[in-house]
Design a protein around this ligand. Structure first.
Ligand SMILES: CSC[C@@H](O)[C@@H](O)C(=O)COP(=O)(O)O
Ligand SMILES: [Zn+2]
Length: 223
């Protein structure tokens, strides 16, 4: 099958699933305005992604665009434009075996991204000890380093940073932050990507609620 030969039934089934997940995330307040985008990998080297600039709480299967999974290029001319952040999804599809990618502007993860990110350099957020790390499917569920990328105005530049980091970091967690912007997670399907997103959003909430450490706590943690 070539990348343009998408079975219509498959496209509609995947599009309906994207629309349902998008609505649910919107209703949680994680896709304010028209923020956020979701995609799934399809057979034949393609992916289906939410159209750009749409209300993410009110999408249907017809509001999705077929793109090449490895480049983000639109597979066929049509009235809708693929998400402005499609190249970030493609960077993930190219360098991992992800079957689905979710990007949202959820408040706690975005706040942590704002506080830990750097305007021009890749940074990382070290997370240790939280039980919820077990929900990320890590090789070592006791600790991880979530990369925090600069929010370049040129999205393909963010995508190039992401692809470079993931290619060089085989045990990277299935998640990334973009400073002053939001969070992206991925998994074998939308449900797994959403579960991982929920774990990280909750960890970020706990980090913000728990810190900064009190001196007595520091002593206890270091003993
Ligand atoms: C509401 S502005 C947010 C956008 O700039 C972008 O970050 C975003 O998440 C949605 O872009 P989109 O092109 O609709 O997929
Ligand atoms: Zn965004």
């Amino acid at each position: 099958m070539t990348h343009t030969a998408i079975d219509d039934g498959e496209r509609v089934r995947a599009g309906s699933e994207l629309a349902a997940f998008s609505r649910a995330l919107y209703e949680r307040g994680w896709m304010p305005g028209t923020a956020g985008n979701l995609s799934v990998r399809l057979p034949g080297g393609t992916a289906l992604i939410t159209a750009s600039g749409r209300d993410k709480g009110d999408m249907t299967a017809e509001d999705m665009v077929v793109v090449r999974a490895d480049t983000g290029e639109e597979a066929a001319p049509g009235p809708l434009r693929a998400s402005a952040e499609t190249t970030i999804h493609s960077a993930i599809y190219r360098t991992t075996d992800a079957g689905a990618v979710i990007h949202v502007h959820s408040p706690y993860a975005t706040a942590v991204a704002c506080r830990t990110g750097h305007r021009t350099h890749l940074n990382s957020l070290r997370i240790e000890r939280f039980e919820l790390l077990k929900g990320l499917g890590l090789d070592d569920p006791t600790r991880t380093e979530v990369p925090v990328f600069p929010n370049w105005p040129d999205v393909p530049r963010i995508a190039a940073d992401v692809a470079g980091h993931l290619a060089a970091t085989p045990h990277a967690p299935p998640a990334l932050l973009i400073t002053d912007h939001g969070i992206t997670t991925w998994g074998r399907d939308l449900a797994q990507a959403r579960n991982r997103l929920e774990c990280l959003e909750s960890i970020c909430q706990l980090l913000l609620m728990a810190g900064p450490e009190l001196p007595a706590e520091k002593e206890r943690l270091n003993s």
